[in-house]
Design a protein around this ligand. Sequence first.
Ligand SMILES: Cc1cc2nc3c(=O)[nH]c(=O)nc-3n(C[C@H](O)[C@H](O)[C@H](O)COP(=O)(O)OP(=O)(O)OC[C@H]3O[C@@H](n4cnc5c(N)ncnc54)[C@H](O)[C@@H]3O)c2cc1C
Length: 310
Amino acid sequence: MRDGARNVIIVGSGPAGYTAGLYAARALLEPLMFAGYMSGGQLMLTSDVENFPGYPKGIGGPEMMVDMREQAERFGLEVHDKNVERLDLSERPFKVWVEGEEFRSESLIICTGAEAIWLGAKGEEDQKGRGISTCATCDGAFFRDEEIIVIGGGDSAMEEATFLTRFASKVTIIHRRDVFKASKVMIERAESHPKIEIKTFKQIKEWLSDENGLTGAILEDPRDGSEESIRCAGAFIAIGHKPITGFLEGQLETDEEGYLVHIENTMTAISGVFAAGDVVDKRYRQAITAAGMGCQAAIDAERWLEEQHQ
Ligand SMILES: Cc1cc2nc3c(=O)[nH]c(=O)nc-3n(C[C@H](O)[C@H](O)[C@H](O)COP(=O)(O)OP(=O)(O)OC[C@H]3O[C@@H](n4cnc5c(N)ncnc54)[C@H](O)[C@@H]3O)c2cc1C
């Protein structure tokens, strides 16, 4: 540390952040982490993780994130459950503002992940968190024996629809095209499920509700504008994610979707600022790949810090 500046501050506490924290702590860099508004990241929203090596029987997402945190803290990662409001990357040490307090750090690892995209259809704001959700695991159980719709054509939509059949009397997948991003196996699983119907060439024009909550939606065919209505008590939007880079206020280069663009390995366009996980990765978006990148970022940061002191 120089003049009270940390060696490394990690922003975000998903698999990327905790893995970066573990490696940085074990390298004796005394890392500080700001865990953000959703401590533990996206896996806090899921029940079973079956594809993270080392868990032959699978593990609950929140349980895994608690384990990751505990493991990193055991080696000295300091975690504050607070959001980073702003950064100044114009000179080193970099400045980090959290709830009005200023922190300084020689290096930064940005692991702020991504968040779900909403449709923005008429009536959506009113029903957010009531009848309309982006997290089947969190809210599915509220719709026991009810009709539910899922919007989207990717793996998430298929996964959420299949999961929701545990509660719902019927699940209808609404997709605006007839081509799916989802993998073949996921589509087949959804298609063959007796409780799931798939409607293609349909998009949500408007959400319908009464004083008790969501009652349905008006669907529109994007090809000719024809409309039909569908009944549902719950709706789950699964149309993708956007990276959380707004707080960087354009100080780091992003692509048109907002993903951070790399210059070399995990180092961004600004020397000493590293990034890992879903905030840079729109291709894989997995816990294991995010964790792998977190490891890479911590090793890159460690080597970079060493070079600065030579
Ligand atoms: C419902 C669901 C189920 C999934 N299931 C699986 C699965 O079974 N297997 C699998 O491999 N992957 C799964 N994924 C994907 C996996 O969760 C992500 O790929 C992974 O979490 C990405 O990790 P990350 O560390 O990049 O970011 P995230 O997990 O998105 O974490 C981002 C972190 O950044 C923090 N943050 C954001 N802004 C700020 C800020 N300004 N200041 C401080 N902190 C901030 C947030 O609080 C959060 O902690 C699932 C995702 C979802 C949504």
